[in-house]
Design a binder for this molecule. Structure first.
Ligand code: GRF
Length: 201
């Protein structure tokens, strides 16, 4: 068996998808290990959860960087490299990424999005799905490219929209699928060959 792929998870909030990945990675035969959970928000609830699982955590607050997105991303990238990270999973990481970071991790950076992409890119997907009267909804794991929620799709799961659904009930139904789907998608990526990490090392 090849060595487990060293994987970082980037979060901004509660980190329930992070926890699902951590739980999956605890299995002996899982091809990835979670070596770092990093947040741009020092108060992200998921940081404490990760620490409780014995995982290294880092907070790199974007606010002291002012509007200097490149400098913040350079600090994030340095932390990833220092930890020997091979794969990056975005899990509720609420920062738009510049071509710099996306390019560095091309083919090695995954994201989970709560919609059946390419439908409903961006925020507030559950509200928008309900407002449009859709009958089906779901979640997507995709590779990250330079355009928001637009990279190659790796896996999708569908749920029904039920009569009487609120954004909260719908979000909960989708989230259950997210927690199943993301570990599956990471398993696939971590099991295969990876492109070389871009940019000067
Ligand atoms: C999830 O719905 C995910 O699809 C979206 O942000 C939410 C993060 O939730 N990108 P959590 O922090 O993983 O609980």
């Amino acid at each position: 068996m090849q060595p487990k792929r060293r994987t970082a998870i980037l979060i901004s909030g509660r980190g329930s998808n992070m926890e699902a990945l951590v739980a999956a990675a605890a299995a002996a035969d899982y091809p990835a290990e979670i070596v770092l959970v990093l947040s741009n928000r020092p108060d992200a609830g998921g940081l404490a959860t990760a620490a409780a699982h014995g995982i290294a955590t880092r907070a790199i607050d974007h606010r002291p960087f002012g509007g200097d997105r490149a400098a913040h991303e350079a600090a994030v990238d340095a932390a990833l490299r220092a930890a020997g990270v091979e794969i990056v999973c975005l899990a509720g990481y609420l920062r738009l990424l510049s071509p710099f970071l996306v390019g560095r991790w091309a083919g090695r950076m995954l994201n989970i999005h709560p919609s059946l992409l390419p439908a409903y890119k961006g925020l507030h997907t559950h509200e928008r799905v309900l407002a449009a009267g859709e009958t089906r909804h779901g979640c997507t794991v995709h590779l990250v490219n330079e355009d928001l929620d637009s990279g190659p799709i790796l896996a999708q799961a569908e749920v029904p929209v039920l009569p009487g659904d609120t954004p909260e009930t719908l979000a909960a139904r989708v989230l259950t699928e997210e927690h199943r789907l993301y570990p599956e998608a990471l398993r696939e990526v971590a099991s295969g060959p990876l492109p070389r990490v871009g940019g000067p090392v």
